[in-house]
Every structure is written in C-alpha cells, then in structure tokens.
Design a protein around this ligand. Structure first.
Ligand code: AMP
Length: 591
C-alpha cells in the first residue's frame, strides 16, 4: 500500500464507533479523527463513502444493487450455497451481517491476504455502479465477490451494506461540515464559510478535498461552477399582507408564484444543464427549456432559476402542475414536448459570465436578469412589482391567482437581500392563502365570447368566455375562460353552432372586463367541470360578495361534452349559486 492510500479497516472502525454511539457530538469527534488520518488525495472518497455514496448526488450515479445479486456474490466468495445465504439473511434480517457471517467462516481456512485499501474498495464499487447493459449483472457479482474474498468479516458487512444502499449511518451534511471545520480550519466556529461553499457546489467530497489541501483559504476561494448545482433558496410562509410587509421592512417586491416545476438552468455557450429542486440532473426531460435558455439568455455562461409551467398548446393558457408529470419519462420526450409544451418564468440569476451574483441584493440580480433575458413567447421574467402597502400587495395576489398562479412570493429588497443558497429564511415569503374552494359539481354556463385559436386550433376557437346568470339584474357576469375538454369534433362544430349569434361588440347584458375576439348574444349553454372557485380581479361574477373589488372565477374549467341545448341562457347556473358553492366548499376545505 502506498503512502497515498489507507486501509479500509480504518473506515470500518469509524463506522462501528458511529453506530455504537448515542451522542451526536461524538460522531463529529470520530469523523475528525478519521479525516486527520486520511491522506489528502482520499478525503473526497472517504466523505462520500461515509454517506453511503461514491459521487455527489447531482451526478445521478446510483449504487444500490439488488439484494439478489449481493447474495450471489456472498455465495461465490464464501463457497456457501445461495439458498443457505438467503435463509440466513431471512433469519438475521441484515444483508451486511449475513455477509460477515459467511465470510467469517471462510477466513478461518484461508491464509494470508492483502488488506483492503480505501482506493481499491472505492474503485471496485465505482465499477459496480457504472457497469450497465448486457452482462452487467454478472460483472457486478464478480466485482463484488472479488472484494469480499479479500475482506475481513466486518469489512464485508459494510461493503455489502454500502453497495446495496443500506449503509445508513445517518451522518448529516452539517455534521461533516463541522468535522471538516475542526479537522482543517481550526474549529467549528469556521463552519459558515464551509457551509456557503457547500451550498454553492452541492459537493461535500469536492469541498473536503479543497479544504484538506488548502485550509480555510481554499474554501474562501471556492467558486460557483457552471454544471454544479447551487442548493436552492427556499421561502418562508405568512398569512397576511400586513405581516409580510412588516417582516420585509415596509417595502418588498412581489412576484407571481407560478405553479410548475422549479428548474435551475446552467448555460454554457450553446449547451444547458437542468437541475431539479432536489438537484437531480433532469436535462433530458426538458430539451425545449435548454434551447430557450441558450437562445434567450444573452450571456455565454449563466445560471438562472425559473419555474417551468405546462401550457395548453391550443389556448396558450397555463395548466395545473400535474400535467408536467408527463415530462418525467425516459422515452418519447419529443412527443411529450408537443403535447405538453412549457413556458419558463425566470425569477433569479445566480451567475453570469464569471460573476457570482448570489451575494448581490435582489433588486440588482433582477435588474441584471432583465438586461440579459430577451423575452419570447415561451420565456418570460416572472411578473413582478415593488409594493409598500397591503392593498397593493393583496391586489397583485388576486391578479396572480386569477391568471392561474398559486399565489405570490414576496421578496426582500433591502441591501442584505442576497441569494441564500440552501436556506429557508425570511428573505422570501410565500403567500398562498386558500381563497380556493374545491368544485366537484358541474355548472352550466353561457357562451358570451370567444378567442381565436392558435397552433392546432388555428382557424377555430381556442377558448370560449363563459358567464353565469344574475337574475336580479338580468345580466351575464363572466366566470371563466375555457379551452379544455373540447374534442376535435367539438372544435369543428362550435363556430358553426355559434355563427348566428355573432355580434360586433360585447352584448349589453354581458358584464366583464375581458376582451374577447368575438362576441355573442348569450344563448348556447355548456356543462362545465372546474377544479375550484377562486377570487378574481377580472371576472365580475359575485363581485364584492366575498371581498371588496373581487369577483369569483372557476379555475381549470373543462367542458364535460354536454351541450345543454335543453337550457335557455336564463336557466344557466346563477351568480348566487356560484357564491354559495364557493362558501360551502371553502368551509369544507377549512374543516
Ligand atoms: P413552496 O414550494 O411552496 O415552498 O414555494 C416555493 C417554490 O415556488 C419555489 O421552489 C419555486 O418552485 C416556486 N416559484 C414559483 N414562482 C416563483 C417565483 N417567482 N420566485 C421564486 N419561486 C417561485
């Protein structure tokens, strides 16, 4: 064994001590001990292995081989039959202990063998993790058996636990950071810069190597790297505009909170890499998002954060978050891209052309983001506004909800409003008070207007404007725009059915702020199923009944396929009924 290597047994000793202790602080001490003994070249590997890994999570290299394969390897290396190993496993319940048992029997009869080194164990495990395709299973079994043949029983126990993904020592990231601070930077007091470096790189092993090599100075120089995910900043939550403003010092920015998937997109020239909120590499789910960022972010290297929202390709409207699940597939991505296109709403900029922006205050990050992004049909900045009073904040919230968002995110604008990677603090506060009532009954609504279709719906209507009926005033206040649930046949039929009702302007009995492309005399009634009813600043149905200045809207409405030709427009669901539905459902949700 060279000077640069270390016996695996030292690692095993540390594993055993950690398993035996009941005190968190002792875990740190054991780690410090081990890190000090570890050759610098190996420290990254030792850190990964302590967490049962070989690489940082974002690389997506899974170690967990099936127990079935581990049994075969134990059998091969110990000479015991597979059935026997399997039986013992069932009795003991831990594959690691089972391995130790069989290899213990065997080592009594073998003579001398080379002690296992950390490098050898690591490299062999890495080959196990990386072998894929035909013959991979055989290869994995052979590689594992070769390690086990040279292992002491206790070593075998931890090797098998590690490769099957069952090494669960429960050593938290923060404990490792503490141990690194003590071992290489003098004391735990020095953890904050280490923590920041970790939050910027999501790579504990890489950080350990830097700190072991160059101490605190090395850490301070730790830079953002395009291609290594930054741990995302998270939001706190409050329930009223007043509380939010108070926390923010009386003034803050508010942004629409889009209901999609958070993407951290790393652009480098004409290539982009996408990380999920949990830092998985999900580039292959979103080739379209990569292209959008490559084309529209005017920097040769940049890291942006955005929300990807599914868009109805026929109407251009935002769809519920669940629709994005269609993107989570290995094959058929091109098809999914067509059926479930996305729009990106950019909300932060963490890095641009060599400059780390995470330490700049929010207004500056936003300003640079605005200057670098060339907005397009499918890539926009998150809608934002700076407010200093509760009314303005509330109004913006209602607009956001009416446009299909979940609510808003309030963001601090004072000089310390940096991007706090990996932290949930009061710099971002979400506000998504439940002003939504679940809707399970269908409603019958009157068609009062229409919008021209795009894409597949060019030449027909993309969406219709629907209204309820107000008996007292004999008017039709609108409650939603609907684009979902129509078959190709419906789409073809609708212009014909509505042709005779077209008028050049909004009908006098229709109340709305919406601007339709085509207006109709209220006549055709459709049956509609919505997901929920929400407050709305644009639809006047139920105006001022729940909240001053707000009406109600049906969110995510779908045509059920039933034309209610049996109903006259005056037989449609009334405004009172919608208000009642809202109140009734809201109570249920709260209960
Ligand atoms: P939550 O997941 O409820 O804690 O809310 C925070 C999430 O909202 C973020 O992780 C993003 O995925 C999402 N989001 C949507 N719009 C924005 C925005 N404008 N700024 C920040 N986050 C946003």
């Amino acid at each position: 064994m060279g000077k640069e290597d270390m016996n695996y047994s030292l690692l095993v000793e540390m594993y055993e001590r950690i398993e035996a202790t009941t005190k968190r602080l002792e875990i740190t001490d054991y780690l410090v001990d081990l890190f000090k003994k570890t050759p610098k070249k190996l420290i990254d590997k030792v850190v990964y292995m302590t967490q049962g890994k070989l690489h940082p999570d974002y690389m997506g290299i899974e170690l967990g081989i099936a127990e079935k394969l581990a049994i075969k390897a134990i059998s091969l290396s110990s000479g015991a039959g597979e059935v026997e190993v399997d039986k013992a496993l069932k009795k003991i319940g831990d594959i690691g202990e089972a391995a130790a048992k069989f290899l213990g029997k065997k080592t009594q009869v073998t003579l001398f063998h080379e002690p296992l080194t950390v490098s050898r164990v690591y490299e062999t495990m890495d080959r196990i993790a990386l072998s894929t395709g035909e013959g991979a299973q055989e290869a994995k079994i052979k590689l594992l058996a070769s390690l086990l043949s040279d292992a002491e029983p206790e070593e075998a126990k931890y090797i098998v636990r590690t490769v099957t993904g069952k090494l669960r020592l429960g050593v938290a990231d923060m404990t490792i950071l503490d141990a690194l601070a003590v071992a290489f930077c003098g004391s735990k007091e020095n953890r904050p810069p280490l923590e920041r470096a970790y939050n910027l790189s999501s790579d504990l092993g890489g950080l350990a190597a830097a700190v072991a090599e160059r101490g605190l100075e090395g850490v301070k120089k730790f830079k953002i790297t395009v291609g290594k995910p930054i741990r995302p900043m998270l939001a706190e939550r409050l329930a009223s505009p007043q509380e939010i403003l108070e926390k923010m010092g009386g003034r803050c920015a508010v942004e629409y909170k889009y209901d999609g998937e958070r993407l951290q997109i790393h652009k480098e020239k004409d290539k982009a890499t996408i990380f999920s909120r949990r830092l998985e590499n999900i580039t292959h789910h979103y080739p379209d998002a990569c292209q959008l960022v490559v084309n529209h972010v005017q920097a040769s290297a940049a890291i942006v954060e955005c929300e990807a929202v599914a868009i109805n390709p026929d109407t251009g409207e935002m769809m519920p978050f669940q629709e994005l699940m269609h993107r989570r597939r290995k094959y058929g991505i091109q098809e999914a891209m067509k059926l479930y296109p996305v729009s990106l709403f950019l909300f932060d900029l963490l890095y641009a052309d060599g400059e780390d922006l995470t330490l700049k205050p929010y207004p500056e990050r936003r300003r640079v983001l605005e200057s670098l992004v060339e907005e397009g049909e499918s890539i926009k900045l998150a809608k934002a506004l700076v407010v200093d009073n509760a009314e303005a904040l509330e109004k913006f919230f209602e607009e956001a909800v009416a446009e299909g968002c979940e609510g808003i995110l309030a963001k601090a604008v004072y000089p310390e409003s940096v991007y706090r990677a990996g932290a949930r603090e009061w710099l971002w506060i979400k506000y998504k008070r439940d002003y939504q009532a679940l809707l399970t009954d269908t409603v019958d609504l009157v068609v009062v207007g229409a919008f021209h279709g795009r894409g597949r719906r060019a030449g027909t209507y993309g969406a219709l404007l629907l209204a309820a009926y107000n008996e007292k005033e004999d008017v039709f206040p609108t409650v939603c725009k609907i684009g979902s649930g129509f078959t190709d046949e419906d789409l073809e039929k609708l212009p014909r059915m509505l042709k005779d009702y077209i008028i050049p302007h909004k009908h006098a009995r229709v109340v709305t702020q919406m601007k339709a492309d085509v207006w109709f005399t209220p006549s055709l009634v459709l049956e509609v199923l919505g997901a929920e009813i929400t407050l709305s600043p644009v639809h006047p149905c139920g105006i001022n009944r729940i909240r001053k200045g707000s009406g109600l809207a049906i969110r995510f409405p779908r045509f059920t396929g039933r034309y209610r030709e049996d109903k006259s427009p005056e037989d449609a669901t009334t405004e009172d009924e919608i208000v009642e539905l809202y109140l009734k459902r809201l109570k249920k949700v709260e209960a």
